[in-house]
Design a protein around this ligand. Structure first.
Ligand SMILES: Nc1ncnc2c1ncn2[C@@H]1O[C@H](COP(=O)(O)OP(=O)(O)OP(=O)(O)O)[C@@H](O)[C@H]1O
Ligand SMILES: [Mg+2]
Length: 256
Protein backbone atom coordinates (compact mmCIF):
# COMPACT_ATOMS: atom_id res chain seq x y z
CA UNK A 1 0.00 0.00 0.00
CA UNK A 2 1.58 3.22 -1.17
CA UNK A 3 -0.02 6.18 0.54
CA UNK A 4 0.74 9.88 0.12
CA UNK A 5 -0.52 12.32 2.74
CA UNK A 6 -1.08 15.82 1.45
CA UNK A 7 -2.89 19.01 2.40
CA UNK A 8 -2.21 22.66 3.06
CA UNK A 9 0.37 23.84 5.58
CA UNK A 10 -0.34 23.03 9.20
CA UNK A 11 -3.47 20.90 8.71
CA UNK A 12 -1.93 17.89 10.42
CA UNK A 13 -0.20 15.87 7.67
CA UNK A 14 2.79 14.90 9.78
CA UNK A 15 0.66 14.06 12.81
CA UNK A 16 -1.56 11.83 10.69
CA UNK A 17 1.29 10.24 8.72
CA UNK A 18 3.02 9.28 11.97
CA UNK A 19 -0.18 7.87 13.48
CA UNK A 20 -0.89 5.80 10.37
CA UNK A 21 2.68 4.48 10.31
CA UNK A 22 2.31 3.53 13.97
CA UNK A 23 -0.94 1.64 13.46
CA UNK A 24 0.21 -0.18 10.32
CA UNK A 25 3.41 -1.25 12.11
CA UNK A 26 1.45 -2.44 15.15
CA UNK A 27 -0.64 -4.58 12.81
CA UNK A 28 2.49 -6.31 11.61
CA UNK A 29 3.16 -4.51 8.32
CA UNK A 30 6.66 -3.58 7.35
CA UNK A 31 6.40 0.21 7.15
CA UNK A 32 8.60 2.77 5.46
CA UNK A 33 7.83 6.42 6.15
CA UNK A 34 9.35 9.08 3.93
CA UNK A 35 9.46 12.69 4.92
CA UNK A 36 9.07 14.51 1.62
CA UNK A 37 8.59 17.95 3.12
CA UNK A 38 11.81 19.93 3.55
CA UNK A 39 10.33 21.83 6.48
CA UNK A 40 8.93 18.82 8.22
CA UNK A 41 9.52 16.81 11.34
CA UNK A 42 8.27 13.33 10.62
CA UNK A 43 11.22 11.61 12.35
CA UNK A 44 10.48 13.28 15.68
CA UNK A 45 6.77 12.46 15.29
CA UNK A 46 7.94 8.84 14.99
CA UNK A 47 10.23 9.10 17.99
CA UNK A 48 13.60 9.06 16.22
CA UNK A 49 16.43 11.45 15.60
CA UNK A 50 16.32 12.64 12.00
CA UNK A 51 18.60 10.81 9.59
CA UNK A 52 20.62 13.02 7.30
CA UNK A 53 18.40 14.34 4.50
CA UNK A 54 19.20 12.48 1.29
CA UNK A 55 19.52 15.73 -0.68
CA UNK A 56 22.61 16.53 1.41
CA UNK A 57 24.51 13.42 0.36
CA UNK A 58 26.23 15.36 -2.41
CA UNK A 59 29.11 12.97 -3.05
CA UNK A 60 26.91 9.93 -3.19
CA UNK A 61 24.45 11.73 -5.46
CA UNK A 62 27.15 12.75 -7.88
CA UNK A 63 28.67 9.29 -7.87
CA UNK A 64 25.28 7.69 -8.58
CA UNK A 65 23.79 10.20 -10.98
CA UNK A 66 26.66 11.44 -13.06
CA UNK A 67 27.65 9.11 -15.85
CA UNK A 68 30.50 9.27 -18.34
CA UNK A 69 31.06 12.64 -20.02
CA UNK A 70 28.87 14.43 -17.50
CA UNK A 71 25.66 12.77 -18.67
CA UNK A 72 22.98 11.96 -16.10
CA UNK A 73 21.92 8.39 -15.51
CA UNK A 74 18.18 8.03 -15.78
CA UNK A 75 18.03 5.16 -13.32
CA UNK A 76 20.72 5.70 -10.71
CA UNK A 77 21.30 2.93 -8.19
CA UNK A 78 19.39 3.75 -5.01
CA UNK A 79 18.34 0.44 -3.46
CA UNK A 80 21.04 0.48 -0.78
CA UNK A 81 20.01 3.98 0.33
CA UNK A 82 17.04 2.47 2.16
CA UNK A 83 19.26 0.54 4.54
CA UNK A 84 22.19 2.91 4.74
CA UNK A 85 20.46 6.26 5.15
CA UNK A 86 17.36 5.50 7.14
CA UNK A 87 16.69 5.06 10.82
CA UNK A 88 14.35 2.56 12.42
CA UNK A 89 12.19 3.49 15.35
CA UNK A 90 11.39 1.32 18.35
CA UNK A 91 8.58 -0.55 16.59
CA UNK A 92 10.37 -1.03 13.30
CA UNK A 93 9.19 1.84 11.11
CA UNK A 94 11.96 2.79 8.72
CA UNK A 95 12.23 6.56 8.32
CA UNK A 96 13.89 8.45 5.47
CA UNK A 97 14.13 12.18 4.92
CA UNK A 98 14.31 13.43 1.36
CA UNK A 99 15.41 16.99 2.06
CA UNK A 100 15.03 19.82 -0.39
CA UNK A 101 13.77 19.13 -3.84
CA UNK A 102 14.54 21.96 -6.21
CA UNK A 103 11.41 23.24 -7.80
CA UNK A 104 12.68 24.42 -11.11
CA UNK A 105 9.73 23.20 -13.14
CA UNK A 106 9.95 20.50 -15.75
CA UNK A 107 13.21 21.85 -17.07
CA UNK A 108 15.12 21.47 -13.81
CA UNK A 109 17.10 18.31 -13.98
CA UNK A 110 19.74 18.70 -11.33
CA UNK A 111 21.44 15.60 -9.93
CA UNK A 112 19.67 15.93 -6.55
CA UNK A 113 16.25 15.83 -8.17
CA UNK A 114 17.16 12.89 -10.36
CA UNK A 115 18.39 11.05 -7.28
CA UNK A 116 15.43 11.88 -5.03
CA UNK A 117 12.96 10.97 -7.70
CA UNK A 118 14.74 7.67 -8.19
CA UNK A 119 14.45 7.03 -4.43
CA UNK A 120 10.70 7.70 -4.53
CA UNK A 121 10.31 5.57 -7.63
CA UNK A 122 12.14 2.72 -5.98
CA UNK A 123 10.08 3.06 -2.80
CA UNK A 124 6.86 3.03 -4.75
CA UNK A 125 7.55 0.34 -7.32
CA UNK A 126 10.12 -1.96 -5.73
CA UNK A 127 9.36 -1.96 -2.02
CA UNK A 128 6.65 -4.16 -0.60
CA UNK A 129 4.21 -3.59 2.24
CA UNK A 130 3.35 -0.11 3.43
CA UNK A 131 4.86 3.17 2.32
CA UNK A 132 3.69 6.43 3.84
CA UNK A 133 4.83 9.70 2.32
CA UNK A 134 4.43 12.92 4.25
CA UNK A 135 4.15 15.39 1.40
CA UNK A 136 4.23 19.13 1.39
CA UNK A 137 1.18 20.96 0.12
CA UNK A 138 2.12 20.33 -3.49
CA UNK A 139 2.57 16.85 -4.83
CA UNK A 140 4.08 17.79 -8.17
CA UNK A 141 7.53 16.55 -7.38
CA UNK A 142 6.36 12.98 -7.40
CA UNK A 143 6.49 13.25 -11.14
CA UNK A 144 4.09 11.65 -13.53
CA UNK A 145 5.49 8.14 -13.82
CA UNK A 146 6.02 7.76 -10.10
CA UNK A 147 2.64 9.11 -9.08
CA UNK A 148 0.94 6.30 -11.00
CA UNK A 149 2.27 3.90 -8.39
CA UNK A 150 0.60 5.75 -5.52
CA UNK A 151 -2.41 3.71 -4.42
CA UNK A 152 -4.05 6.39 -2.35
CA UNK A 153 -3.70 10.11 -1.93
CA UNK A 154 -5.02 11.20 1.43
CA UNK A 155 -5.87 14.86 1.55
CA UNK A 156 -6.11 16.25 5.04
CA UNK A 157 -8.49 19.13 5.48
CA UNK A 158 -9.64 21.10 8.48
CA UNK A 159 -13.10 22.59 8.55
CA UNK A 160 -12.70 26.12 7.29
CA UNK A 161 -13.43 28.26 4.30
CA UNK A 162 -10.29 27.20 2.48
CA UNK A 163 -10.70 23.46 2.94
CA UNK A 164 -12.62 22.85 -0.26
CA UNK A 165 -10.37 25.17 -2.19
CA UNK A 166 -7.39 23.07 -1.11
CA UNK A 167 -9.18 19.91 -2.04
CA UNK A 168 -9.92 21.19 -5.53
CA UNK A 169 -6.33 22.22 -6.01
CA UNK A 170 -5.06 18.84 -4.93
CA UNK A 171 -7.62 17.07 -7.07
CA UNK A 172 -6.37 18.94 -10.10
CA UNK A 173 -2.75 18.16 -9.29
CA UNK A 174 -3.56 14.51 -8.69
CA UNK A 175 -5.34 14.27 -12.03
CA UNK A 176 -2.48 16.01 -13.80
CA UNK A 177 0.05 13.50 -12.57
CA UNK A 178 -2.19 10.46 -12.71
CA UNK A 179 -3.23 9.56 -9.16
CA UNK A 180 -6.68 8.01 -9.29
CA UNK A 181 -7.71 7.34 -5.75
CA UNK A 182 -8.25 10.25 -3.40
CA UNK A 183 -9.71 10.13 0.10
CA UNK A 184 -10.09 12.77 2.77
CA UNK A 185 -9.36 12.95 6.47
CA UNK A 186 -11.00 15.79 8.31
CA UNK A 187 -8.68 16.92 11.07
CA UNK A 188 -9.17 19.33 13.97
CA UNK A 189 -12.86 18.64 13.66
CA UNK A 190 -15.27 20.50 15.88
CA UNK A 191 -18.76 19.15 15.51
CA UNK A 192 -21.00 22.10 14.71
CA UNK A 193 -23.42 23.02 11.96
CA UNK A 194 -20.90 25.03 10.03
CA UNK A 195 -18.46 22.11 9.86
CA UNK A 196 -21.17 19.63 8.97
CA UNK A 197 -22.43 21.80 6.09
CA UNK A 198 -18.97 22.18 4.73
CA UNK A 199 -18.22 18.49 4.94
CA UNK A 200 -21.37 17.68 2.96
CA UNK A 201 -19.71 19.29 -0.03
CA UNK A 202 -16.74 16.92 -0.01
CA UNK A 203 -17.18 14.51 -2.87
CA UNK A 204 -14.49 12.03 -1.88
CA UNK A 205 -14.73 9.22 0.63
CA UNK A 206 -14.03 10.54 4.11
CA UNK A 207 -11.84 8.14 6.06
CA UNK A 208 -12.41 9.78 9.42
CA UNK A 209 -12.98 12.83 11.55
CA UNK A 210 -10.21 13.53 14.02
CA UNK A 211 -11.40 15.82 16.77
CA UNK A 212 -9.53 18.94 17.71
CA UNK A 213 -7.61 17.80 20.75
CA UNK A 214 -5.10 19.43 22.97
CA UNK A 215 -3.03 16.22 23.20
CA UNK A 216 -1.68 16.75 19.66
CA UNK A 217 -0.47 20.21 20.49
CA UNK A 218 1.10 18.93 23.71
CA UNK A 219 2.87 16.19 21.75
CA UNK A 220 4.23 18.82 19.38
CA UNK A 221 5.36 21.17 22.14
CA UNK A 222 6.97 18.36 24.14
CA UNK A 223 8.49 16.91 20.96
CA UNK A 224 6.89 13.54 21.58
CA UNK A 225 5.24 11.21 19.07
CA UNK A 226 1.47 11.82 19.12
CA UNK A 227 0.74 8.10 19.61
CA UNK A 228 2.37 8.37 23.05
CA UNK A 229 -0.10 10.98 24.24
CA UNK A 230 -3.25 10.67 22.12
CA UNK A 231 -5.97 8.12 21.70
CA UNK A 232 -5.26 5.95 18.66
CA UNK A 233 -8.73 4.47 18.16
CA UNK A 234 -9.84 6.75 15.32
CA UNK A 235 -6.59 6.01 13.48
CA UNK A 236 -7.15 2.26 13.87
CA UNK A 237 -10.54 2.72 12.20
CA UNK A 238 -8.98 4.78 9.43
CA UNK A 239 -6.36 2.11 8.76
CA UNK A 240 -9.09 -0.55 8.57
CA UNK A 241 -10.94 1.57 6.00
CA UNK A 242 -7.77 2.01 3.97
CA UNK A 243 -7.16 -1.75 3.98
CA UNK A 244 -10.68 -2.41 2.73
CA UNK A 245 -10.56 0.37 0.14
CA UNK A 246 -7.26 -0.77 -1.31
CA UNK A 247 -8.07 -4.47 -1.30
CA UNK A 248 -11.32 -3.68 -3.16
CA UNK A 249 -9.53 -1.59 -5.76
CA UNK A 250 -6.88 -4.29 -6.16
CA UNK A 251 -9.44 -7.01 -6.74
CA UNK A 252 -11.44 -4.88 -9.19
CA UNK A 253 -8.32 -4.05 -11.20
CA UNK A 254 -7.37 -7.75 -11.23
CA UNK A 255 -10.80 -8.57 -12.68
CA UNK A 256 -10.36 -6.03 -15.45
N1 LIG B 1 -6.52 17.03 15.70
C1 LIG B 1 -5.74 18.00 16.13
N2 LIG B 1 -6.13 18.81 17.15
C2 LIG B 1 -5.35 19.80 17.60
N3 LIG B 1 -4.15 20.10 17.11
C3 LIG B 1 -3.69 19.35 16.09
C4 LIG B 1 -4.45 18.27 15.56
N4 LIG B 1 -3.72 17.71 14.55
C5 LIG B 1 -2.56 18.40 14.48
N5 LIG B 1 -2.54 19.39 15.40
C6 LIG B 1 -1.47 20.38 15.63
O1 LIG B 1 -1.40 21.23 14.51
C7 LIG B 1 -0.05 21.60 14.26
C8 LIG B 1 0.33 21.19 12.83
O2 LIG B 1 0.29 19.80 12.73
P1 LIG B 1 1.29 19.02 11.75
O3 LIG B 1 2.68 19.44 11.96
O4 LIG B 1 0.96 17.58 11.84
O5 LIG B 1 0.74 19.62 10.37
P2 LIG B 1 1.41 19.59 8.93
O6 LIG B 1 0.30 19.63 7.96
O7 LIG B 1 2.36 18.45 8.84
O8 LIG B 1 2.20 20.96 8.95
P3 LIG B 1 3.33 21.46 7.90
O9 LIG B 1 2.58 21.90 6.70
O10 LIG B 1 3.99 22.58 8.63
O11 LIG B 1 4.23 20.29 7.65
C9 LIG B 1 0.80 20.89 15.31
O12 LIG B 1 1.02 21.74 16.37
C10 LIG B 1 -0.10 19.73 15.73
O13 LIG B 1 0.17 19.30 17.04
MG1 LIG C 1 4.39 18.42 8.29
Amino acid sequence: MKIAVSGKGGVGKTTIASMLAYIFAKKGYKVTAIDCDPASNLPSALGVKSPRPLSELKELIEERVLGPMGLYKLNPKVDDVFELHSVKNSFGVRVLVLGTIEKGGEGCFCPENAFLRAVLRHAIFKEKDVLIMDMEAGIEHLGRGTAKGVDLLITVIEPGSRALETLEKIEKLAKDIGIEKIAVIVNKFIDNELSRNLIKKVKYPILGFIPFSECFIRADVENKPPYELCDTKIFEEIVEKIEVMLSESRSSSEKR
